[in-house]
Write a protein that binds this ligand. Structure first.
Ligand code: NOJ
Length: 589
């Protein structure tokens, strides 16, 4: 049975409603075949590290605008911008102090408008980040809450609770922060005595909002409209599995083997098995209450002309459950982190591809595919790790199972060539088109991820995938800016990864991405289907998508190529055989 891409003509179906078990009709009008996001390749820009227009060492919006041409040349359809809003930057901007303004480090609202105008003129859609689970503790809402009495309307915006124990000195429950340490911080009353505690699933500078409060809903509907009015094409929704908490905030101890964000644990290819398939649902992740929020936002987007999109950052296992996030009246897409966390093993990849197409297709949504982002070890290193590496832990000089760079890059190229041949929508993270590895040997003094501090260095965190990217081999800061300043130090040996080193060089990683993106588009792979090919060994992933045959060899035995014109190859093809850790696309009739 071929696995097919979700059928855009899907008839109205009955879908389960919000985890509450009701059935409702799919609004057919919300699923039309020309929805751009169904097959789009979306490039994640991490503004701090993309391009720095003013030379202060932190990337900015004018820097991004000046480099958009490179993304057009790469051949992507859209960009997603990680947060650039007013923020004290305790979590690199995911701690927002004003959702409707630009932090001066990144520029101004006018700079944003110029970026958007320019991107649209170039044919690129623009998605911005929405961070609704928590605000910065600097946000006016939280400062007002702190200054207001216990039980006040201002306090009800957040999750303030009395402590346990006779003097309230114990946190209200045992929840831990994703970044390490406990998930509660105690406040101090104006008279200096200890007061209530507030919940922060992330850093103590990121208090969680209380989404049972209608006031919070109203604020975010306004925030969506603010950016939609400016013309954005959609939102990537941060922690879209975390906003609703189980009533009563019960104690919970996660089972071993679950990632801190709720997904599984990345296993190295050499380790048997797969991440936990269905970890028990924690009372702070994947609660049914989130679906009501998404429906509200879906309706807000429908107030606007054009085809706007909500994309869930939701670390939810299994995929059948994640599919609830993209039912017809909820979000349009969800990041497929189950795919990202799949080890580099052919049977596991075949399964996750089948499961993804079935789960998302079952609700009429496209599958997404993603291998890297700003929260995980870059896949050019991750795919060659030989020890467990939970999401968010990062790798540093003392991490076990250090990746071998050549193997990592080889697997990364093969993995990307495989991913870009799949039907649905694919996400790329800035720098992966250059084959960038994780920066492992950052000095401890340079590290900035709150994870590093909250675990006293036990977990390195995510800085290694966030180093400013190299544009020009011989320019200061590799062309990230003209000053050579960089908020995280760039490795001395990145000359070979610089964009200008690779541009126009056949076989370079950049040219591999450009070619794959061009042919993905011209052969309609994003709207195609997966038809598994028989006759290959267990260690091979082989399928047809339209007139393209895709073969990825994850085994050690060379694979003989069938007849057909080679379109894309992640590696040289000596004597028409596909060597280990490589992928080829062939044009076959
Ligand atoms: C997910 C974001 O991708 C990550 O970078 C951030 O630290 C957390 N959410 C908290 O906002």
């Amino acid at each position: 049975m071929p696995s097919t891409a979700p059928d855009p003509e899907l008839p109205a179906t009955e879908v389960e409603n919000g985890g509450e078990g009701e059935l409702e009709e799919t609004p057919a009008a919300t699923r039309t075949p020309d929805q751009w996001w169904r097959s789009a390749v979306i490039y994640q820009i991490y503004p701090r590290s993309f391009a720095d227009g003013d030379g202060d060492g932190i990337g900015d919006l004018p820097g991004i605008t000046s480099r958009l041409d490179a993304l057009v040349e790469l051949g992507v359809d859209a960009v997603w911008l990680s947060p650039f809003y007013t923020s004290p930057q305790h979590d690199a901007g995911y701690d927002v102090a004003d959702y409707c303004d630009v932090d001066p480090r990144f520029g101004t609202l006018q700079d944003f408008d110029s970026l958007l105008t320019r991107a649209h003129a170039e044919g690129l859609k623009v998605i911005v980040d929405l961070v609704p689970n928590h605000t910065s503790s600097d946000h006016r809402w939280f400062q007002e809450a702190l200054a207001s009495p216990e039980g006040s309307a201002e306090r009800a915006r957040y999750l303030f609770r009395d402590g346990r124990g006779p003097d309230g000195s114990q946190p209200p429950n045992n929840w831990q922060s994703v970044f390490g340490g406990q998930g509660w911080t105690r406040t101090t009353r104006p008279d200096g005595t200890p007061g209530q505690w507030y919940l922060h699933i992330f850093d103590s500078s990121q208090p969680d909002l209380d989404w049972t409060n209608p006031w919070v809903h109203e604020q975010f509907a306004d925030i969506l409209r603010f950016w939609l009015d400016r013309g954005v094409d959609g939102f990537r929704v941060d922690v879209a599995h975390g906003m609703a908490k189980a009533a009563g905030l019960p104690d919970y101890t996660p089972p071993a083997g679950t990632g801190s964000m709720g997904g599984g644990v990345t296993l190295a290819p050499e380790i048997e098995g797969h991440a936990a398939e269905d970890p028990a649902t924690p009372p702070y992740w994947a609660q049914p209450g989130v679906h009501e929020i998404f429906r509200e936002w879906h309706a807000v987007l429908e107030e606007y002309e054009g085809d706007r999109v909500l994309v869930a950052e939701a670390w939810v296992d299994p995929l059948e459950k994640l599919a609830d996030w993209v039912r017809p009246d909820e979000m349009q897409q969800a990041f497929n982190f189950v795919y990202l966390e799949t080890p580099w093993q052919a049977p596991a990849l075949r399964s996750v591809i089948d499961e993804s197409l079935a789960a998302f297709g079952g609700v009429g949504a496209p599958s997404t595919w993603v291998l890297s982002n700003h929260d995980v070890v870059r896949h050019a290193s991750r795919l060659a790790l030989t020890a467990e590496n939970p999401q968010g832990a990062g790798i540093g000089p003392k991490s076990p199972g250090q990746p071998i760079p050549d193997i990592g890059l080889r697997r990364a190229r093969a993995a990307t060539a495989l991913m870009l041949a799949l039907p649905g929508s694919a996400y790329l993270y800035q720098g992966e088109e250059l084959g960038l590895p994780e920066v492992i040997d950052l000095p401890d003094s340079a590290r900035q991820d709150p994870t590093w501090f909250r675990t006293n260095g036990a977990r390195y965190g995510r800085d290694g995938c966030r180093v400013p990217i190299p544009w020009e081999a011989t320019a200061p800061g590799y062309g990230f800016n003209t000053s050579g300043e960089s908020w995280l130090p760039q490795p001395g040996e990145w000359t070979r990864f610089a964009r200008d080193t690779q541009l126009g060089v056949p076989g370079s990683t950049l040219e591999l991405y450009r070619l794959a993106l061009e042919l993905r588009r011209s052969h309609g792979l994003g709207t195609g289907s997966v038809d598994w090919l028989p006759g290959y060994s267990e260690q091979v992933v082989a399928f047809r998508n339209g007139d393209v045959t895709v073969i990825a060899n994850l085994g050690t035995t060379p694979v003989e190529l069938p007849a057909g014109e080679v379109l894309v190859s992640s590696d040289a093809l000596p004597e028409a055989v596909l060597l280990t850790d490589s992928t080829v696309w062939l044009h076959t009739l």
